[in-house]
Write a protein of this length. Sequence first.
Length: 94
Amino acid sequence: MKVSNQLKFISIVLFCLLAVSPVFSQTKNPQNFGDIRVDDLSDDKIRDFMNGVETSGLSLDQIEQVALARGMKAAEVRKLKLRVDRIRLEDARS
């Protein structure tokens, strides 16, 4: 990988981590997503997460990989995706 591609990749990952971290501020260590319980997040927090994903320009699948890399349990990632889908449907009906 060329240096410029590596820098671009690192920049995207860092931006993603910074964009998503405030949404998961319920954790004691914002760098560790292992303590996140999606059931404890309000719909407004999920919407904040969704806005952060849109702002970052990354897909939900890319964010999923970052969350897993930062310790979020796969079951919680699945719950998060389901919540995002449900909220999108509810918002579309409104």
